[in-house]
Write a protein that binds this ligand. Structure first.
Ligand code: CLR
Length: 940
């Protein structure tokens, strides 16, 4: 059941709580999502006191009976020492499956579960023919069920499968079957199938001691599982297992070879002329007829339809060969052995199973006139269908390969950990090594800091406040600073050679004023490595980028100095991220089930030394795109730049899945003045329940504002973050007000393995007339779509006028390959970024206490002591301070409640439409009377 509290400020926001009903039972919203909350990060302090919690638990127990079935329940796994040797029977049936992408609508799909492996296809025939749409290991998945809605959600790391049944009966039987198969599978994964012989129950006790590592707390088996103590016999078993899995692996690579043959064949088909196979209608085999139907081919009505013959292009026969398992298996037999990319089409035919009464003829005009000719469009359709089908085959086979190799790795690591004697010793060695590495890095840092200080002392540049700068100066600085992000503009995966840039053409195209175009031309030649890789018509190649820098070398010495990161801002964090070990997130979350995720106080070791208010500022890393948009007259081109900006805000998330930002305290603020980039930014934590951070940035070219409210869904192994509300951008020059939504961010592998971030959904930008739709594709292991963004700009009539494609982690292009132009490219990550929380260069600068710190209000994040302690690597101080601050925040809240005071944020106010608007007072107050002359409630 959902515990829904309407908040004063945000009536539409529902705070939904996770409740423990019994072990392994989670109550959440009654919506389709598993577990939802409205917190950006599961952090901050526990608000309820112990007594309240006990009371709540009592109430829970009372309500338990009534609510049973309306909550999400997590399916239990094999418990310590538990065994499950009875192999359940194979179970099949139809279920409704939510579409993978974009998760709209339900498909009826046929599922089969056998020995704990669930596969599905369109129907029973698909399964028997091996046309499997997906495979998942139930033993390694987290399964949650909700009886009331007959829902079964399976988090298989790769994908989250949302399933539902038609009737209560089918729900019950599927849950029973899944439970049995899951336990059996976990038993097999833990003890193997031949375990009976190896582990004979002693004294009739049918349990053996198992190490806790084997099973993770979510009941799924962890990767790198540690086997039970079984000595050499166990090792033998694992070794056997590894051997057999390696055999699978070999089989899989044969399959893979066949897949590449298939792909080559496909290419041939795509490029070859159709070969006509003559057949009498009666003589066409039923399979061929079936295939024709399958590919949507219609026989052209002809007078000789009965006695006439049917043309089947080579593609159809190939498709048949692939799909028809009744024939010689196309994948196992050497059916494609005669194939090579250069082989003539005829030779392909001879290798394919063709009905004996089929004759192969060249498509002479004669033969064509005597047969039913498949129309060109049908032929195309057939080709397309064939390609789709072949891709499907490739996809499912690859997933098989993936599944097997994962298993092999897991078992291997089990074996390795068994062989490590004693494993703790080597763990300790790793820790020692890591620590020494950190020390060396630290020394290196110190030296660098000293070097920077020496430079600073000799650098006379007085960086004044942004408002005192002329526009030209700002542009100049923007250009210079962006150089500091430059190292290489060559992306890891180039799409193609982008069109070359002829600088002169651009400024005229956008009709820029003389002054602006002059600045832009200069800026373009920098290439910038990050942010703007190019301007206007094309992208700049790496050679050009180097040239740009070289040119500068002779042109302007101070620019070069700045390009080396000596703008006065730091280029590294004080210390690398401390090595922490043994934190089980699952333990933490499961211990805290029953609370709103925002109320769980997370250990500081999970944090990065930045907070949410600063992360909001990070979205402006590529603000140059907005400056550029503001200078463009063509509204579609302008939209393209805005789209690139919207996409660019996700780039920094790529390397940041490991840690979470600090949750700001209510009233905490963060200002960021970037003279170099030409904007100033202010953000404030305006609400704590639910957590909301509001921000406002301004520059002579744009105004940008948003409030960060995030709905969190916890699926089991992954967590989804759905930012609510919209991002707003005003370009004063043209009066355009752009608004857009944000896509869903998902953090995978929460509890085991490497955490990784994905972005998916549709991002829609509009200025009231023109729209831009960008689709962020969901990643999967075998798809090349990882990080992909595709979309278009539409005019008022809904016609697509610009095509966009790229990757949120890398770049965005406009146009059609190979002549598309690069609009934006992400900057390279600094060296050793993995050791420094995966921070970008821009992120590194955010928490720096600069020379202007005396002008900041005491509420500024930079003064937050726990975050600073973490940044400095002092974990224990950070931990102590963090809990102190959280408890102080609770006290302040209690006091307000006692005195019946409603909290009013200082710099933002909530408007009628429940969005947060900047009241404009921050910068004026900063100037006069200055924050040091004001009273602030002390946050730390
Ligand atoms: C349990 C912990 C350690 C997992 C780590 C969670 C981290 C990676 C999560 C927590 C909150 C998430 C953020 C929530 C909101 C946004 C705003 C959006 O516009 C870009 C992504 C971004 C910035 C998310 C990035 C990933 C994020 C920082």
């Amino acid at each position: 059941m959902a515990t829904v509290e309407n908040t004063k400020k945000s009536p539409q926001l529902h705070k939904i709580k996770l409740k423990v009903v019994n072990s392994g039972t989670v109550a959440a919203s009654d919506s389709d999502a598993s577990v939802e909350t409205n917190s950006l990060s599961a952090e901050s302090a526990t608000e309820q006191n112990q007594a309240e919690q006990n009371q709540a638990q009592q109430n829970e127990k009372k309500k338990k009976k009534i609510r049973r079935g309306s909550e999400w329940e997590i399916m239990e796994g094999l418990k310590d020492g538990q065994r499950f040797e009875n192999k359940p029977n194979t179970f099949t049936g139809y279920l409704h499956k939510k579409r993978k992408w974009p998760l709209k609508g339900w498909h009826k799909r046929y599922f089969m579960i056998d020995k704990g492996i669930l596969v599905y296809g369109k129907g029973p025939n698909d399964i028997t023919k091996g046309k499997i749409h997906g495979t998942l290991d139930i033993g390694l998945s987290v399964i949650s069920t909700k009886q009331k809605r007959r829902r079964i959600d399976i988090d298989a790391e790769e994908f989250i499968y949302h399933l539902k049944t038609k009737s209560d009966e089918t729900f019950t039987s599927w849950v029973q079957q899944l439970t049995a198969h899951r336990l059996y599978r976990q038993h097999v994964l833990t003890y193997g199938t031949n375990i009976g012989a190896l582990f004979k129950p002693v004294d009739g006790i049918n349990t053996i001691p198992r190490t806790p590592e084997i099973m993770s707390r979510d009941g799924s088996l962890t990767r790198g599982l540690k086997p039970p103590n079984g000595g050499s016999r166990l090792s033998t078993w694992i070794q056997e297992s590894v051997n057999s899995i390696e055999q699978h692996q070999r089989d899989a690579s044969v399959i893979e070879q066949n897949i590449s043959k298939l792909s080559r064949l496909l290419q041939q088909i795509e490029s070859s002329n159709p070969i006509v196979i003559e057949n009498t209608a009666e003589a066409v085999s039923p399979n061929v007829k079936k295939d024709r139907r399958k590919f949507g081919l219609k026989k052209k009505k002809s007078s000789s339809s009965k006695g006439g013959s049917v043309d089947l292009t080579i593609q159809l026969n190939n498709a048949k060969a692939i799909t028809d398992t009744d024939n010689t298996s196309p994948l196992s037999a050497n059916s494609f052995s005669g194939l090579s990319t250069s082989a003539p089409a005829n030779s392909i035919l001879t290798t394919l199973p063709i009905p004996s009464n089929t004759t192969v003829t060249a498509p002479t005009p004669d033969s064509l006139s005597n047969v039913d000719v498949i129309s060109l469009s049908a032929e195309n359709q057939m080709r397309e269908d064939f390609i789709t089908l072949a891709k499907q085959v490739i996809g499912s086979l690859k997933s098989l390969v993936f599944g097997i190799s994962t298993e092999r790795e897991r078992l291997k690591s089990a074996l390795e950990s068994e062989l490590q004697v004693p494993s703790t010793v080597s763990n300790q060695n790793i820790v020692t090594l890591k620590n020494s590495l950190n020390q060396v890095l630290q020394q290196n840092m110190d030296l660098k800091t000293r070097l920077v200080k020496i430079h600073e002392a000799s650098d006379l540049a007085d960086l004044s406040c942004v408002e005192n700068l002329t526009e030209n100066q700002q542009n100049h600085r923007a250009y210079a600073a962006s150089l500091s992000y430059s190292s290489s503009c060559v992306s890891a995966t180039e799409f193609f050679d982008a069109e070359e840039l002829v600088p002169d053409q651009k400024s005229t195209k956008y009709g820029l004023g003389e002054e602006e175009s002059e600045v832009r031309t200069r800026s373009e030649s920098s290439s910038e490595g990050g942010s703007l890789t190019s301007e206007g018509e094309g992208s700049i190649s790496s050679e050009e980028s180097e040239l740009g820098v070289l040119e500068l070398d002779t042109e302007n010495c101070s620019d070069v100095r700045e390009s080396q990161g000596l703008t006065g801002r730091r280029t590294f964090l004080p210390v690398p991220r401390p090595v922490t070990e043994g934190l089980s997130l699952w333990n933490l979350l499961s211990r805290n089930i029953g609370k709103d995720l925002s109320q769980i106080s997370m250990p500081v070791t999970l944090n990065e030394p930045l907070n949410v208010l600063q992360r909001l500022c990070e979205e402006l890393e590529y603000s140059e795109l907005l400056d550029r948009a503001a200078g463009i007259d063509d509204p579609y081109e302008r939209m393209v730049e805005v789209a690139a900006f919207a996409v660019s805000s996700y780039a920094s998330t790529l390397s940041r899945a490991g840690n979470k930002p600090f949750n700001p305290l209510l009233g905490e603020t963060y200002e960021c003045i970037r003279e170099d980039k030409g904007f100033r930014f202010i953000s404030e934590q305006v609400s704590h329940h639910p957590p909301v951070g509001a921000c406002y940035a301004e520059s002579p070219h744009f105004t940008f504002w948003q409030d960060a409210r995030v709905k969190t869904k916890f699926w089991g192994k992954s967590m989804e973050f759905q930012p609510l509300g919209s991002v707003n951008l005003l370009l004063p020059k043209t009066g355009d007000l752009y608004t857009w939504n944000k896509v869903t961010t998902c953090v995978h592998n929460l509890f085991s393995g490497q955490r990784w971030v994905d972005q998916y959904g549709e991002l829609r930008i509009t200025n009231g007339r023109i729209t831009c739709k960008l689709t962020f594709a969901k990643a999967s292991n075998w798809s090349s779509k990882r990080h992909e963004v595709v979309g278009a700009v539409y005019d008022e009539s809904g016609q697509a006028v610009r095509k966009l494609f790229g990757k949120w982690s890398e770049s965005l292009y406009c146009g059609v390959a190979p002549s598309a132009r690069c609009i934006w490219r992400a900057g390279t990550l600094p060296p050793n970024h993995e050791l420094f929380y995966g921070f970008t260069r821009f992120a590194i600068e955010l928490n720096e206490l600069g020379p202007d710190s005396h002008l900041l209000p005491p509420t500024d994040t930079r003064f937050r002591p726990d975050q600073r302690a973490l940044e400095e690597g002092d974990l224990s101080t950070a931990e102590t301070l963090k809990s102190q601050l959280e408890s102080m925040q609770r006290d302040r809240r209690k006091r307000r409640e006692e005195l019946n005071i409603t909290y009013e944020p200082r710099w933002f106010s909530c408007s009628q439409d429940d969005t947060w608007q900047f009241n404009g007072k921050y910068w004026d107050t900063r100037k006069n009377p200055g924050f040091s002359n004001l009273q602030f409630e002390s946050l730390w």
